[in-house]
Design a protein around this ligand. Structure first.
Ligand code: MN
Length: 256
């Protein structure tokens, strides 16, 4: 099996390295990741400057090849599939991101974008995040091994077409996880998003931050699951057509 691993935290991220090492037991791992943190870049691609690739010959044990790209997660996956890898990967895994990617976050998330780029190229994909923002190697190993099992299950049962699996681990320790819930992404908004400040020259500037508010924490949502110490798996699809509204607007009888 050929596995392509990416992330949005950059090639030097702990979560990426452990994931790559552990998935190396499952197949031939290629790592193509941004050269620096690109969290929150969504599905951006780089079109106004060339993409440079740096190889890391001794990245980690059990990893076939590793390289960084001075672009976004989407660039990494696109470049990997279309230009760098000698063969198409069988699966793309993006992560492991410290901090969750829940509900509306999937629109902004670079972690999820790496997986979206894969499904746009008809390659099955998994995005992996954890609610915990600081994680130990042991925790990352547990998560990586669970993802390895998920990949094997998906290969046996058939990964869904054009749909990625967005996995979020709860913040608790592995032995306290209550179980797995297959969920829908909830609705996440941010409160106090902009901090207005004054720079040393008296000019106003804004710093985007904000506290997440999960408006929908029903037990069938991703947020509902992880905040009750369940592991959440959300199937996410990027067909954005609203078929119901398509019918409604068709009946408006618009003409030119
Ligand atoms: Mn990130």
């Amino acid at each position: 099996m050929r596995i392509l691993i990416t992330n949005d935290d950059g090639i030097h991220s702990h979560g990426l390295r452990v994931l790559a090492q552990r998935l190396g037991k499952l197949g031939a791992v290629s790592v193509i990741a941004p050269d620096r943190e690109r969290s929150g870049t969504g599905h951006a691609i780089t079109v106004h400057h060339p993409l440079r690739v740096t190889r890391y010959p001794t990245f980690a044990e059990g990893v076939r090849e590793a390289m960084s790209v001075d672009g976004t997660p989407s660039d990494c996956v696109k470049l990997g599939i279309e230009a760098i890898l000698s063969q198409r990967p069988d699966i793309v895994v993006s992560g492991i991101n410290p901090g969750p990617n829940l509900g509306t976050d999937v629109i902004y998330s670079g972690t999820v974008a790496g997986a979206v780029e894969a499904i746009l190229s008809d390659v099955p994909a998994i995005a992996v995040s954890t609610v915990a923002t600081s994680v130990t190697t042991t925790d990352l190993e547990f998560m990586s091994d669970w993802i390895a099992d998920l990949i094997q299950m998906g290969r046996r049962s058939g990964f869904p077409d054009e749909t990625l699996l967005n996995v979020n681990f709860p913040a608790c320790s592995p032995d306290q996880i209550k179980g797995v819930k297959i969920t829908r992404p909830g609705v996440r908004r941010y409160r106090n998003v902009f901090d207005k400040r004054i720079d040393p020259r008296g000019r106003v500037y804004y710093w985007m931050a904000g506290d997440p508010v999960d408006l929908d924490q029903a037990s069938d949502t991703d947020a509902g699951a992880v905040f009750s110490d369940y592991l959440s798996v959300s199937p996410v699809k990027f067909n954005l057509t609203d078929t119901q509204t398509l019918d409604t607007v068709s009946r408006w009888g618009l003409s030119v």
